[in-house]
Design a protein around this ligand. Structure first.
Ligand code: ATP
Length: 294
């Protein structure tokens, strides 16, 4: 498990990370979300040792990170890192070798990955002849080639079409299933919602929430329900403990101030007219993000 503990970082007189702490657990996909400039890339650079923290520490399985541990991590940096004029497969094999793999192991791993990300046909082409989406696939393969024990990916899905997103999701899930902790940042909240087990939400350099996606959903679920009746549902606002959030004829979205009152509210509505639908609304990650980070 990787743990970021009380890390702070200042650029000039600007403090961009304030005492941040979170953990990335083995076998879990952790989505790192925050607005532009919130501090995601800075945090990732500190995890990888590209940038030093002013205070705090990053540990791997309880021990401070060393150069050797970091070499066994896979990193896809925001600025990307492959050589435009070098052939894709050659670069992957070279990177594998740089990370200490034998030549046959590096070749095997490169070929497996090219297959997984759908680039086998382009293996002999230079990076700069690939479309941006395919370059991105190659960048992801490069982060994975040495079979890393931990993955840190800065915006791995940006610029990918939906099919390519699915391909990369499969590749990352496969790594997580093998026990690798995966940290990835993304502005595509729908993708994060689909992919992540855990979430870290950062705003203005502070961690606003961290934990499993489902527990965050439960914590931030406003007690909101969809109600459909037969007539105009506007009268429901007169029930005690109920606020109408949205009204569209017979359909209302309501807040029930105390969630344990949901059956009582339902009973009262039924006393007056038939109920066609009554269901809790699970907030989307986008809604949770808006509530927490803005
Ligand atoms: N080398 C640097 N020198 C000065 N300021 C920096 C440096 N790197 C980052 N910053 C500032 O630190 C803040 C956090 O930046 P960071 O890149 O970590 O945010 P981010 O969450 O990754 O944003 P984005 O989603 O836009 O990539 C920003 O205000 C940025 O301008």
């Amino acid at each position: 498990m990787l743990r970021v503990a009380s890390v702070s970082r200042t650029f000039g007189d600007r403090r961009v990370l304030h005492d941040i702490s979170f953990a990335i657990e083995a076998g879990r996909m952790t989505g790192f979300v925050g607005a532009n400039g919130a501090g995601k890339t800075t945090s990732m650079r500190i995890i990888l040792g590209v940038l030093a923290a002013d205070s705090g520490e990053v540990t791997w399985d309880g021990a401070p990170l060393t150069r050797t541990t970091r070499r066994s991590f896979g990193y896809m940096p925001e600025e990307r890192g492959l050589y435009p004029k070098m052939k894709i497969r050659e670069q992957l094999v070279y990177l594998g070798r740089l990370h200490g793999m034998s030549a046959p192991a590096a070749r095997r791993s490169s070929d497996d990955l090219l297959e997984q990300v759908g680039l086998t046909e382009r293996a002999g082409d230079t990076l700069d002849t690939l479309s941006l989406g395919n370059q991105q696939r190659a960048q992801i393969a490069a982060a994975l080639v040495h079979d890393p024990v931990m993955l840190v990916l800065d915006e791995p899905f940006s610029g990918l079409d939906p099919l390519a997103v699915d391909v990369i999701v499969r590749v990352l899930r496969d790594r997580a299933a093998r026990g690798v902790p995966v940290l990835f940042s993304s502005h595509q909240l729908d993708v994060v919602e689909r992919l992540c087990d855990d979430l870290v939400i950062i705003a203005d350099g502070t961690i606003r929430a961290a934990g499993s996606r489902d527990s965050l959903r439960r914590q931030h679920a406003s007690p909101r329900y969809e109600l459909v009746v037969d007539t105009d549902a506007g009268w429901v606002r007169d029930l005690p403990g109920v606020t109408i959030v949205d009204l569209d004829g017979a359909r209302a979205v309501i807040d029930i101030h105390s969630p344990s009152d949901d059956q009582e509210v339902l009973r009262r509505v039924l006393e007056r007219e038939p109920v066609r639908a009554f269901r809790p609304i699970v907030p989307s990650l986008a809604e949770i993000f808006r509530e927490i980070a803005q």
